[in-house]
Design a protein around this ligand. Structure first.
Ligand code: ZN
Length: 379
């Protein structure tokens, strides 16, 4: 993933948002050494925490300043796709964190990058802004000039969404007068059309649902003889299908995309993509046949089973939250699946989550003690 560059911004008394570092737009992850972090975030009062957004991370800032975010929450509660996406409560609304792999690059007519957040009004009270590559925003546990402390209020994995979804949900549009460079995608990305992870697709069940013959012929190769969806175009269309006919086959190796091959001339070039399109048009919902979603959905664990975590509150003691956060927190640098269960002491919950966000967004993780000490607030 991209790397969100953490850096100091002004204290709340001075507005709480303006970056202190010259050239902050070009900051790299390596900028914030342990010494600098201590200097900026351990002093009294500490500076606020800024984040230069880097792709594929994008942030949607929803604001209703006139009622301190009440209208934002009201609008959000009517949007079932959005309510469970991780977000921070800000001074005037929320910051929703997502990942978008296909956000276009916006360039001004002269060729320079467009460097303002996209703005879209959602209703009379609520405005949405989209923060993308090179834009700065304030992270938890910073303090807003109105006295509010930024904090995480919905936890979980950062989901991947599409540019189209961002446009549909929030009404964002390409900025007027800008040249739009679509993000180059590598190879054929038809799989983006599905919310399900095709590596977990039960293709055998799809063939059964389509009432097409499908029988295992070689368990070592995970190879099945199948009845071709386009059998009507084959030269032998009048013969009854049998599993001894190995001219049409599928393979379903574990943790890989299934593949399809039909040797009949009319089926040349027909691959998994075409089979899925055929199934789609036959009313089969491919996503329902995937055991894991590629796109994050409420209540779902990530592939490596990182859970969503509920904030402390009524009926939810801090100790329980701390215990879970210990499990859900940043991973260590050595060994990608190791989970650190670390001390909760001296670290407020939102700081802990900011650590987690950083660990999700960073390419190379720093040793955990670095992140801990970076965001520790002695209050
Ligand atoms: Zn065929």
């Amino acid at each position: 993933m991209g790397s969100a560059s953490i850096h100091p911004v002004e204290r709340p008394a001075k507005g709480g948002k303006k970056p202190l570092t010259k050239g902050w737009k070009k900051l790299e992850l390596s900028f914030l050494t342990e010494e600098l972090a201590k200097e900026y975030f351990h002093c009294d009062p500490p500076y606020n925490i800024g984040c230069v957004v880097r792709p594929p991370h994008v942030v949607i800032d929803l604001d209703s300043k006139q009622d301190d975010g009440e209208s934002v929450l009201e609008w959000l509660n009517s949007q079932t796709e959005l309510t469970s996406i991780p977000r921070e409560r800000t001074g005037g609304g929320v910051h929703i964190h997502v990942r978008c792999d296909d956000l276009p690059v916006f360039k001004k007519a002269g060729g320079k990058p467009y460097e303002k957040a996209l703005v879209a009004p959602l209703n009379d009270q609520v405005t949405a802004e989209l923060y993308f590559d090179g834009l700065n925003l304030v992270l938890s546990p910073s303090n807003h000039k109105n006295g509010h402390t930024y904090c995480w209020e919905v936890f979980g994995d950062i989901p991947t969404v599409t540019w189209l979804e961002l446009q549909e949900w929030f009404g964002f549009e390409e900025p007027a007068g800008c040249k739009v460079k679509p993000v180059a995608t590598i190879g054929d990305d038809y799989w983006r059309r599905y919310r399900g992870d095709l590596q977990t697709l039960d293709i055998v069940a799809v063939f059964q649902k389509l009432r097409l013959g499908c029988e295992l012929v070689d368990a070592d190769e995970d190879k099945y003889a199948v009845e071709c969806p386009w059998r009507g175009e084959h030269s032998n269309k009048d013969q009854r299908w049998s599993s001894t006919d190995s001219s049409t086959v599928i393979w379903k190796p574990e943790d890989k995309f299934p593949s399809f091959n039909c040797m009949h001339a009319h089926c040349e070039g027909r691959r998994l993509q075409q089979v899925l399109e055929f199934a789609d048009s036959g009313g089969v919902n491919i996503d329902e046949y995937c055991t894991t979603m590629r796109v994050w959905e409420p209540g779902q664990c990530s592939k490596d089973e990182r859970p969503r975590v509920i904030l402390p509150g009524p009926g939810r003691p801090d100790s329980e939250f701390a215990d879970e956060i210990g499990v859900a927190g940043p991973r260590s640098t050595s060994g990608s699946t190791t989970v650190n269960r670390s001390s909760f002491c001296g670290l407020c919950p939102s700081a802990r989550i900011t650590n987690t966000l950083a660990s999700i967004l960073c390419n190379r993780l720093r040793p955990e003690r670095t992140w801990n000490s970076m965001f520790r607030r002695d209050d």
